[in-house]
Ligand binder design. Structure first.
Ligand code: EPZ
Length: 416
């Protein structure tokens, strides 16, 4: 398993180009199952999760080719409606094929995803609201069996703005000729990107402030679509610039997707400059302490919580971070403490007493964004850090070490 070897202390200076969004491309790849056509997706990041979703689509009968950040997906020969356990367990986002397979075949058989490092992550909201739209659901041998029937209702109201549940509901609704309303929906930019894709493919979707209206079509067409930039990758490098007191231009970043994050970067004392092609972050001093609470979009994103724990670990005071989205997303705290951070966890609240310097150390990654936090801490720490299990990072960051090295970081991948 590969490791990153990092010598800390270098300020990041220069330009990093932001890749396409992992959390936008995965649901869009699932949605291609509804077209029985050829779809071309541009600005696709080369990530392990994209490879896993490609494997799932291929298992279902699609022909998937990936070259120069373009995916060509031909779903004409898709005949299977089953997402098997061995693929779903490696990536929970595989459950996003549920809505698309229902739309294509009127049925689906999907392995229950099981939990992951950051929480149980059930899919009860997906199933509750698909059932409200007339889908018969049964659980057997660890699989969810779904069968589309006539829907008694055409409006669902989500109890919680689940991103994945919203996406599965949108995809299924896009196959129904009548109008479906999804109230209390998630509002992440990735939802808008999926709506744009489904609309280009022939459905009519409006999504505004958590109110989604879908008028579907019985057959969607293959289209060309360019994926939005990855706001979490951009936010991660923005935090790295603030942490290393650097001067970083994030080319392709969309400030309008990063409101809550850039506000906190600025509160930490860095200068944020919006530019025609992205955002520039300039930091000269030790970060200021912060208080932040993760919330569904447009609140502060849970996917940026670990990175800000690294940032505040060298802050000039006491910071408080509250995680409201996942129940077990503080595992990076223990590893940061091994680098000298002073963090006390009480349930969903972390109290971080800023220290002047972190010390390099061998650390182990537990999940994708915890890994990002440990890399950021290593970039700022005095001395050498060895980051183990970087395969977690390869799921969601394209060429992370190459991008960081190009702006002055001393970081190398060691293949073991
Ligand atoms: C998406 O996961 C993202 N993944 C996650 O990013 C992100 O953290 C999350 O949204 C929140 O923004 C992708 O888009 C592939 P949710 P998802 O359904 O859809 C609970 C990353 O690092 N819940 O909004 O699974 C759930 O347990 C990943 O890139 C239920 O209880 O998130 C969690 O506590 C990590 N029942 C909360 O809601 C359900 O049926 C948010 O989950 C569904 C969710």
């Amino acid at each position: 398993m590969d490791t990153f070897v990092i010598e800390g202390g270098n300020p990041l200076r220069g330009t990093i180009r932001v890749s396409g969004s992992k959390n936008a491309v995965l649901p869009i790849m699932a949605a291609t199952l509804m077209t029985a056509d050829i779809t071309e997706i541009d600005n696709v990041p080369n990530l392990r999760d994209v490879q896993t979703m490609s494997k799932l689509l291929t298992h279902l009968g699609a022909d998937v080719r990936f070259t120069h950040r373009r995916l060509f997906i031909n779903t004409r020969k898709v005949r299977s409606w089953e997402a098997p356990y061995d693929l779903v367990r490696t990536m929970r986002a595989s459950v996003l094929v549920m809505g698309a397979l229902l739309g294509r075949f009127g049925k689906a058989r999907v392995s229950l995803p099981g939990g992951c490092a950051i929480g149980a992550r059930p899919i009860d909201l997906h199933l509750k609201h698909l059932s409200a739209l007339g889908v018969e659901i049964s659980l057997k041998d660890g699989y969810v069996h779904l069968q589309a029937k006539h829907a008694p209702k055409s409006t669902v109201r989500l109890a919680y703005p689940s991103v994945g549940a919203t996406e599965n509901l949108m995809m299924y609704a896009a196959s129904l000729s009548r109008r479906t309303v999804i109230a209390g929906a998630a509002r992440e930019p990735e939802i808008d990107d999926l709506a744009a894709f489904l609309t280009a493919a022939g459905a009519k979707i409006t999504a505004r402030r958590g109110h989604v209206e879908v008028s579907g079509a019985d057959r969607l067409a293959g289209v060309q679509h360019r994926v939005i930039p990855d706001r979490i990758e951009a936010g991660t490098f923005a935090a790295a610039a603030a942490l290393t007191r650097g001067d970083l231009h994030l080319a392709g970043a969309r400030p309008d997707h990063l409101g809550a994050v850039l506000k906190k970067i600025s509160d930490a004392g860095a200068r944020v400059e919006e530019e025609p092609d992205g955002v520039r972050i300039v930091a000269r001093n030790r970060p200021r302490s912060l208080t932040l609470t993760t919330m569904p979009y447009p609140g502060f994103p849970t996917d940026m919580q670990a990175q800000f724990m690294a940032l505040t670990s060298v802050g000039d005071g006491t910071s408080v971070i509250t995680e409201t989205v996942f129940e077990n997303r503080f595992m990076h705290a223990a590893e940061l403490s091994r680098m000298g951070a002073n963090i006390a966890i009480d349930g969903r609240v972390a109290v971080i007493k800023g220290v002047r310097d972190l010390k390099g150390a061998p650390v182990t990654v537990s999940d994708l964004r915890a890994g990002a936090a440990l890399v950021l801490a290593g970039l700022a720490a005095k001395g050498r850090s060895v980051v183990h299990r970087v395969y977690h990072l390869d799921r969601g960051y394209e060429s992370m070490e190459k991008k960081l090295k190009s702006v002055g970081a001393s970081i190398a991948r060691r293949r073991n």
